[in-house]
Design a protein around this ligand. Sequence first.
Ligand code: GLU
Length: 511
Amino acid sequence: MKEVRVRFAPSPTGALHIGGVRTALYNFLLARKHKGTMILRIEDTDQNRFVPGAEEYILESLAWAGIEIDEGVSKGGPYAPYKQSERKAIYQKYAQQLLNEGKAYYAFDTEQELEAMRERLKSLHSSDQQYGSGTRMQMKNSLTLSDEEVKQKISSGQPYVIRLIVPPNEDVKLNDLIRGEVHVNSSQIDDKVLMKSDGMPTYHLANVVDDYLMKISHVIRGEEWLPSAPLHVLLYKFFGWENEMPQFAHLPLLLKADGNGKLSKRDADKAGFPIFPLNWTDPKTKEFSTGFRENGYLPEALLNFLAFLGWNPGTEQEIFSIKELTEAFTLERIGKAGAKFDIHKAQWYNQQYLRTKTDEELTAYLLHSLEKESIECTKEKALKVCASMKERVTYPQDFWEHGKFFFITPTQFDEQLISKKWNDDVVKYLSSFVDEINQLSTIDALIAKSTLEKVAQTTSISSGKIMQMLRVALTGGAAGPDLMMTMEIIGKEETCNRILYALKNFKIKVS
Ligand code: GLU
């Protein structure tokens, strides 16, 4: 196999979409698997769509996710520069080559003239309304004007573009590693603009020239680029680079969870989940979007989740470290069908990865949250809290968000449950329980348990009947970590106080 050199080639037109992270990941996995090179190229030739901060955002997102770049923007390398706006002269040279060889031409048509052409063809009910083999000889370009006129127009500073001469009726074949053989008749392709009037190349020219010069072996990108691929194949041919043409792999679309249509930012916003890796504020609209990072997703969990959006290992195994993914990943196992983006699966991965953390690591999350709240806590207590909550958390911040009652006496209670379950038996049981604990010097989970059993016996009330009310009294809510452990952690005094508060304030519903 040829040396594997892959590139992630985003345009800095806004925040990186999560689909872009998946594209970067697949490139990265292939590079690592074959001990190849992962390149980051910034495709910023469309000046109108340039968004300040977007490039930095891309770099930070990849760094956070752990997708390492070997060569490219911010890293350098033998084919620098890796930012297309800094490679203008290179594209001009290659456009000139095509002009010299009669494979491209200057076109001077104004926007109005192009519009008039389309209108004319429309009124003739022509099926072919593009600037191409059927129309180019009626337009204002270097194929229809004399050399003198062309020279004069250029020297007088008239705006022009350079277009490719796309031959009619040729079968353009593309071998996509995911989709198989794709055939397109060249008559469907218009004479694409290669160089724009601002002296910048279009995406097509810059992309092909750079993939060639940077010795890219595989172009792995989103399915939305598949329609452009035949044109790219033509360009490789025109340049005489067929033998150096990279292999193509167009990745399946990311779909909504129900499989109905493309996943959009609007859907994500509506359902309340992020679609960008990091927080992002659009510099123009000031619209703020939350990121996976800030929502508490662990990068390794997110990558594992993303890896499975379109690819599968062919086994039941779902948890894969990056190293395991690298070993198992092959382009052949990427499917054609769109991949359903189910945020619950991402949450599940996050839970699984959190559970693999050591208690020390989990404690650090909690202590971090507590520090922000200016709440002091011993390491010992934090360790216990985390151990008791570990199986129930989805995000690192849940230790604090769902475990506030370990640190702050609850002031809000599940009133609905209280009105259903708070009764004479509960009052009798809990009063007796408080009395018992009060006589002890301290409690721990075991003592709490045996004391509860003792009270059940003396009152002849089963503890099963009062457990939920005890939980509401201690934590405010109806669900949470092990209650005995909760009592051990908050301690004897706080346990008594909270039960006494409930005894005083919870009301028995009279029906
Ligand atoms: N600049 C294109 C993008 O923004 C890259 C497409 C490709 O990888 O060829 O997605």
